[in-house]
Ligand binder design. Structure first.
Ligand code: CP
Length: 339
């Protein structure tokens, strides 16, 4: 087990299985004093409903204290570049923030979306990596350019739906869906990684090559599929829905137009027909549908799809609580508190 939980790809399958197993137990017995007297700082550089609630409540249910900080709002704005002349808005550097929080708390969790200006910079994930470099306590990624906690919740929801821990061979479609604004690629990056690690036959469905994910994630998906006996392919054809067992929906911005939201939105406007609707779901093998939420109804997916018995949006969101509790407990179990 690595100290930090920034990407599931850095964690062994055995360790991820351990978390999922513990999450099942915590779902049955939510109040367990596994982190009595411990503490975690939750840093939100961006808004949240699910992540904040599930981490804060989850820490409390384990006997720990969570402290929510919103840099730039309820906490000082921060700088991350090394050697920067801090004559802009930032009042403090991650070098101090990470070290100070490490003296108070047993773990630090970070949500920091990309800045959407230059993908070559955003892909370095400087905020969470800066915390990982300078903190002396474990770091948890609450969504940056990947969303590893969502991956675990998604996997658990699929296991529950199919009533098996073995998802290998299931036909899994990660489909791009419309949205008025270009969004983070994090959930799609995460989905292709975890679905291929679970041995599924994974298709990334997107309008055209402009919506391909960063090669880093495509390469991981291909490598995972090779190792697990699954498969990974890209399609721009809605026939990808045919006989699917799982449809996972998310909107994301296209990398060639990164930094130009108007151009991205104009390009995406041609593909409103990528909405997940009843006609597309009828092509599947009665597939489970899911989305990480928040989701714009009747833009990304129709009401009928969101509310269908096979929609896992609520169980997946609920599972955030259980998997994150299991994650916090495992990450801090072997680490002596210095506070
Ligand atoms: N899925 C998810 O991370 O939800 P929030 O943005 O509400 O935290």
């Amino acid at each position: 087990m690595t100290r930090d939980f920034i990407d599931t790809q850095d964690w062994s399958w055995e360790d991820l299985e351990g978390i999922l197993g513990d999450a099942v137990d915590l779902k049955r017995t939510p109040l367990q004093p596994l982190l009595e007297g411990r503490s975690i700082a939750l840093l939100f550089f961006n808004p949240s409903l699910r992540t904040r609630t599930s981490f804060e409540l989850g820490a409390w249910q384990l006997g720990a204290k969570a402290i929510v900080l919103e840099p730039g709002k309820s906490a000082w704005s921060m700088a991350f570049d090394e050697g920067v002349v801090m004559d802009g808005d930032a009042e403090e550097h991650v070098r101090e923030a990470a070290r100070v929080l490490s003296t108070y708390c047993d773990a630090i969790a970070v949500r920091a979306f990309p800045r959407f200006k230059d993908w070559s910079i955003d892909r370095e994930d400087l905020v969470v990596r800066g915390f990982a470099r300078h903190a002396t306590v474990p770091i948890i990624n609450m969504e940056t350019i990947t969303h590893p906690c969502q991956e675990l919740a998604h996997l658990l929801a699929l296991r529950e739906w199919f009533d098996t821990t073995d998802l290998s061979g299931r036909k899994y479609v990660m489909t791009w869906v419309p949205h008025p604004r270009p969004l983070n690629t994090a959930v799609a990056n995460s989905a292709v990684r975890i679905a291929t690690r679970a041995g599924m036959d994974v298709t990334l469905l997107c309008p055209d090559e402009r919506w391909l994910l960063d090669e880093r994630y495509l390469e991981d998906a291909r490598g995972n599929a090779e190792r697990t006996g699954g498969s990974f392919q890209v399609s721009h054809d809605l026939a990808a829905y045919d006989d699917a067992d799982v449809v996972y929906a998310k909107s994301w911005g296209c990398l060639p137009l990164y930094g130009d939201p108007e151009a991205q939105s104009a390009a995406a406007a041609e593909f409103r027909h990528f909405i997940v609707d009843e006609a597309k779901m009828a092509r599947t093998a009665n597939a489970a549908f899911s989305h990480c939420l928040p989701a714009r109804r009747n833009v990304k997916a129709t009401d009928a799809v969101m509310d269908a018995p096979s929609s896992l949006v609520i169980p997946e969101a609920e599972n955030r609580l259980h998997v994150q509790k299991a994650l916090m407990a495992r990450m801090l179990a072997g680490v002596a508190t210095n506070h």
